[in-house]
Design a protein around this ligand. Structure first.
Ligand SMILES: Cc1cc2nc3c(=O)[nH]c(=O)nc-3n(C[C@H](O)[C@H](O)[C@H](O)COP(=O)(O)OP(=O)(O)OC[C@H]3O[C@@H](n4cnc5c(N)ncnc54)[C@H](O)[C@@H]3O)c2cc1C
Ligand code: SF4
Length: 331
């Protein structure tokens, strides 16, 4: 048994100061990741600072067409917000396809971005795992790696990033707002998730004490015709094997605007820049979609059991694009 102190903060700066006072303390939001991993003995905080009383749960439609989501807004509330469902359907869909209704009521948006990988070697608390204990090796490289990543991997870690909504947020160039010991910062979401490289333990640029206060999504008219497609082993309560967040505008049969990001196949929510480049200005037809999907997966590194993900990801991209066109992405 290890003692853990518990404090409930009512003010952002008080919360930050309390966490800063103990290098082994952690914020507690919905607890659906933190308490899980604490029980599994994977994380060992000495103190938990509960942030649920902080006034960070607003969901605001901004005058310029953007969206500001407080870090403590619950997944279910964001998905149910009319402004989100209407203007950013891929965000609402990604949230509703994640976890279970009970979890979505508890889980916060800030916590969602910081959830940890589902790799069973990371979570068992004992297997060699560079992410949990740097320098011990990666059990998944030669182990059970069916759910693992084929893009953005390294010889040190191949765990898939598990968040669904982060994929949609990456496609839409969201910005993560942080308060911390060094003041307020805004981090482009494209710079927020760090691929494992040689340091799989480092997953994001936050320092101890940094508190996510909000996520801002810039105005994006193309997002009105968008979709989050999630492919998984069963139809609910399951992480993605492959997913695609797609926003598309087609004019006269030609792609005039496109956003594409992938989940379930990469170590970070994966912006499909190469595919986007190929799609922009091309004819909106199956052959274009298929070649863009092939191009995006060209550098994939399968590791045995997860080889099927390369074709699955390609098919997911094509189906997502075709579905958005059918839904009205073609004008
Ligand atoms: C069974 C199960 C199935 C799931 N399925 C899915 C799924 O299909 N798709 C999906 O996307 N997710 C899924 N999840 C993950 C779930 O969405 C996350 O656990 C949840 O979003 C985390 O939010 P939380 O508020 O509970 O975070 P917590 O558990 O409270 O915190 C998570 C981490 O973030 C830190 N933290 C929390 N808030 C902040 C903040 N504002 N600033 C700085 N640090 C902070 C905490 O210290 C902790 O390290 C699943 C989870 C479970 C348990
Ligand atoms: S894939 Fe990453 S998290 Fe899983 S065992 Fe290897 S180092 Fe650990």
């Amino acid at each position: 048994m290890r003692p853990i102190s518990y404090a409930r903060a009512t003010d952002v700066f008080e919360a930050i100061a309390t966490v800063l006072a103990d290098p082994k303390s952690a914020y507690l939001a919905g607890g659906t990741t933190e308490i899980d991993l604490l029980r599994l003995d994977v994380v060992r905080p000495t103190a938990l600072v509960d942030i649920n009383d902080l006034p960070l749960d607003q969901i605001e439609d901004l005058d310029d067409g953007g969206l500001r989501i407080g870090a403590l807004a619950r997944m279910s509330d964001v998905a149910a917000s009319p402004g989100v469902a209407e203007r950013f359907p891929m965000i609402a869909q990604a949230l509703l396809l994640g976890a279970s209704p009970q979890l979505r009521h508890m889980a916060s948006m800030g916590g969602n971005l910081l959830q940890r990988v589902r790799c069973s070697y990371f979570r068992d608390g004992v297997s060699p795992c560079n992410k949990r204990v740097p320098g011990t090796g990666c059990s998944a490289l030669q182990g059970i790696n069916r759910g693992h990543a084929v893009l953005g991997t390294s010889e040190h870690c191949i765990a898939t990033h598990p968040s669904d909504v982060a994929v949609a947020l990456v496609a839409l160039d969201a910005v993560v707002h942080v308060e911390g010991p060094n003041g307020a910062r805004a981090i482009a979401i494209g710079d927020f998730f760090l691929p494992p490289g040689e340091t799989p333990r480092l997953e994001h640029p936050l320092e101890h004490g940094d508190l996510i206060v909000a996520i801002e999504v810039p105005s994006s008219p193309v997002a009105r015709t968008s979709l989050y497609l999630k492919v998984r082993d069963r139809e609910s309560y399951e992480f993605a094997l492959a997913s695609a967040a797609v926003a598309l505008r087609v004019e006269g049969g030609v792609i005039a605007d496109v956003r594409l990001a992938l989940g379930g196949i990469a170590t970070i929510p994966w912006r499909a820049h190469r595919a986007e480049q190929l799609l922009m200005g091309a004819r909106a037809e199956q052959a274009t979609f298929a070649s863009a999907a092939r191009e995006e997966l060209a550098d994939a590194v399968p590791r045995g059991m997860n080889a099927f993900k390369v074709e699955l990801a390609q098919r997911t991209i094509v189906r997502a694009l075709e579905t958005v066109v059918a839904l009205g992405g073609a004008l």
